[in-house]
Design a protein around this ligand. Sequence first.
Ligand code: HEC
Length: 202
Amino acid sequence: MNKIITLSLVAATLLFTACGEKTDEKTAKAVESTKTAAHDIAEASKEAANSAMEAAKKATAEAKIAAEKAMEATKATAEKAMKETKAAADKAMEEAKAAVGKTGDAVNAATAAAAASLANDAGKEAYAAKCKNCHGLDGKTKALGKSALIGGVDKAALVEMLNAYKAGTRNVADSGMLMKGQVEHMDDATIKALAEYISSLK
Ligand code: HEC
């Protein structure tokens, strides 16, 4: 830039000087000098423009590299975040599955407990209605002074004995027919419920 200013000043001075002279030769000289100066100015401008262009090119190239680097970094960060998100989601899914499994177990246990409790209630009712008078409230009375004590006896054994009375194939104290009359119209569920309840008597 300084070069341009200096050259301009030289040119102006030369022009000014030329205007002051009277002879053609001097005028021609001044015109020549002005031309040279103008040429130099043009050259200097071109040079300056070129170097500005070079600088701009370089800056553009650097910006491009920086942008590419930034893109790479963004991509890497995004990939990492994606992986982490996926891992977290997988873990959450596993935990949710486990929780659902646990809930299912709890529901099953509750259902089984409720069913057992209902069956026990049914057994209790049937016992009170049909058996208690001979076998006693807690199953610890010898029915008609003949039977064995039934309270607390194993459930499966009770089911087997009751089914045998129902089929008419059991007769321990000569009262098999009497017991058959007690259970012959009972369905399997009621017999099971009764056995469950009687086995629970202590
Ligand atoms: C009228 C009295 C009477 C009633 C009511 C009665 N039982 Fe009996 N029970 C007996 C007698 C008597 C025996 C012995 C039967 C035999 O000879 O095998 C007996 C036997 C049993 C036995 C077998 C015990 C053993 O270990 O040999 C069971 C179990 C039993 N009764 C359960 C019941 C149930 C359950 C009911 C109610 C549905 C019931 N009884 C109602 C009189 C009764």
